[in-house]
Design a protein around this ligand. Sequence first.
Ligand code: ARG
Length: 433
Amino acid sequence: MVWLRLAVLVPRKSSFGPILKESKREMAREKCVLAYSGGMDSTISVVWIQEQYDMDVVTLTVDLGAGPEIVGVRERALQAGAVDSLVWDVRDEFVNEYVFPGLKAGAMYEGVYALSTALGRPLMAKKLVEAARQVGAAAVAHGCTGKGNDQVRFDSGIMTLAAHGDPLRIIAPAREWGMTRDEEKLYAAKAGLKLREVGSDRRVYSIDRNLWGQAIEGEDLEDTWVEPPEDAYSWTKPIAETPDQPVEVSIGFEKGTPVSIDGAAMPGVKLIDILNDMAGEHGVGRIDHLENRLVGIKSREVYETPAAIVLHTAIRALETSTMSREQQRVKATLSQIYADMVYDGRWFTELRTNIAAFMDSVHEYSTGDVRVRLHKGSCVVVGRRSPYSLYDFDLATYSTTDSFDHESATGFIDIYSLPARTQAKNQTYRDAR
Ligand code: ARG
């Protein structure tokens, strides 16, 4: 920072001796903020960007709740030659501004994928731009390849958020370098990098995780006929090892946001952590999906999203009690659009914001509790209640307290069936007399 300011103030041709030489050297190298996970690709990228682009690399590790992989990340980045390593804990922001809005929107891509990775990317893009502005970087970099959805999410997010101010270049080493897995390992060895993955002959899946779930790809999963091997999973138990006794858990919601477990209020991050553990223990949350990527490829995706399954199941149950039929129908239509938009990298758009506003509004009365039972891989709703429930016992009951006016039902049906009868008489059954 100091050198930058110096260099601006000092005219090019003055002779400030060693100080200026130093400042010029610093000046010459632009900075790039690299999204850094600590894995092999991202560690190689630290070296590669310095080499290929002659830039200083500042790594940014955005903690979205991926757990232990964050340990030692700073040291690894610096060891690989990063000039600085930022580690930002954004778990609360992730949950409150991305995960829970997605939950309220019922955002399940193709009906099964709770969008864990897809919801994380826009926030990472946002933080990359923030960090770049903070350190005065000319570029940002991410580790996506040229085959996936994530490059679209990163690039569109970054370009959208950086639309104002100095232009920000985007570097995507893994999309550009064209190295095979083995060449990458060779490159790492030559650069003297110590990587966890190198040398191990265990299956190395491509995993992306955050607190909302983990996505697992590659290795044996690429054969769609092969059942995912047990070592692909790490958050959920195989059914044979889950407890024989079911467990019941009650989730409290306020206006569509989960706020408590079994009556104990807690922040979202903790609530999700607890549900991941509880549901994972009972084998809940394994998804094996053949997915339509935005870039046109069908890919086999395995997910572990225990808390997401429990919460989506619970909120849907609450909605059946607190929303009218028409609200449910319109919401379902918008849910699908919203899910596609999140998947397709359209988070930072007016339309996504518009639909989110509808979701906030439609959940005005989604306050109450849902009880679910977790057992042998299933998550089943066993009870729901709300002070705003539209379920009226006296209207629904078949007992003597029944308050429904049976006589007006005949008048209702008379009017209701009028168009069908008219059409039958004049068209469909005209000749059936
Ligand atoms: N298919 C998912 C998505 O597009 C997950 C991709 C995550 N990447 C991975 N390396 N497993 O959101």
